[in-house]
Ligand binder design. Structure first.
Ligand code: HEC
Length: 221
């Protein structure tokens, strides 16, 4: 009887291993496009979600330096392997209720198997982590993208750029952001990022939050 159960358990193990082994890492690399908007596979490259470098075999919620884990994921006790990843990718919310990964899930079992084969191959160093589309290097911005002054008057911001041009924005159309990473702007040298300067909306990116109000002068022409 005990032996019988043992064989049954072994049979389940073997058959599920076979299912996962059937994943095709090359197809998985294509499927990873669904993840690449939020995840990089390069170590330490955290974006909306944590870097997935070395995710295989790791406890959930423990990627070094990622500060935005939900409490739900941190406390889940999940360890990432073929089975937990399969369930997660099918429906994240079902595995960790309260997770902040805004992803509905992949209903197709084959696609999940491919993705898992790919994640395992990258984690094990069998496939190199792909180069992700880089974030813009604001440190290298030219004069035409560097902001030299911002004034606010009524409902209008006037932004003067390093090339001397001045651009007026309705205050609701100008956003202020920070980028503290290595490709963020230098201190005191905010950079404008927008849909071309003909656009009516833009974003000014600063090195840190304290710079924002210090930089903007109340002034009417
Ligand atoms: C819209 C952004 C987004 C998309 C798309 C997305 N993820 Fe995530 N992912 C996140 C966030 C945010 C977290 C952290 C969730 C939390 O803390 O609850 C996360 C967490 C994870 C984790 C747990 C990592 C850890 O360190 O414990 C894995 C594994 C994962 N995602 C895999 C994937 C895969 C594979 C895909 C593509 C099929 C994908 N994700 C698509 C945002 C995303």
């Amino acid at each position: 009887m005990i032996l019988h159960r043992w064989f049954a358990a072994l049979a389940v193990l073997v058959s599920s291993a076979a299912v996962f082994a059937s994943g095709d890492a090359a197809r998985g690399a294509q499927a990873f496009r669904a993840c690449a908007g939020c995840h990089s596979l390069a170590p330490g490259d955290h974006r909306t979600g944590p870097s997935l470098a070395g995710v295989f075999g790791r406890r959930a919620g423990t990627a070094d330096g990622f500060r935005r884990y939900s409490e739900a994921l941190r406390k889940s006790g999940v360890v990432w392997d073929a089975q937990t990843l399969d369930a997660w990718l099918r429906k994240p919310e079902a595995v960790v209720p309260g997770t902040t990964m805004a992803f509905r899930g992949l209903p197709e079992a084959n696609l999940r198997a491919d993705l898992i084969a790919y994640l395992q191959a990258v984690s094990g160093g069998k496939i190199a982590a792909p180069k992700m589309p880089g974030l813009p290097d604001l440190r290298a911005a030219g004069a035409g993208d560097r902001v030299s002054a911002i004034t606010h008057c009524g409902d209008t911001y006037r932004v003067t750029l390093g090339d001397g041009t001045q651009h007026a924005f309705w205050e609701f159309n100008l956003r202020f952001k920070t980028d503290s990473s290595a490709h963020g702007p230098r201190r005191g040298q905010p950079v404008i990022v927008g849909a071309g300067m003909g656009g009516d909306r833009a974003q000014v990116v600063f090195a840190e939050p304290a710079e924002i109000s210090a930089f903007i002068r109340n002034h009417c022409e």
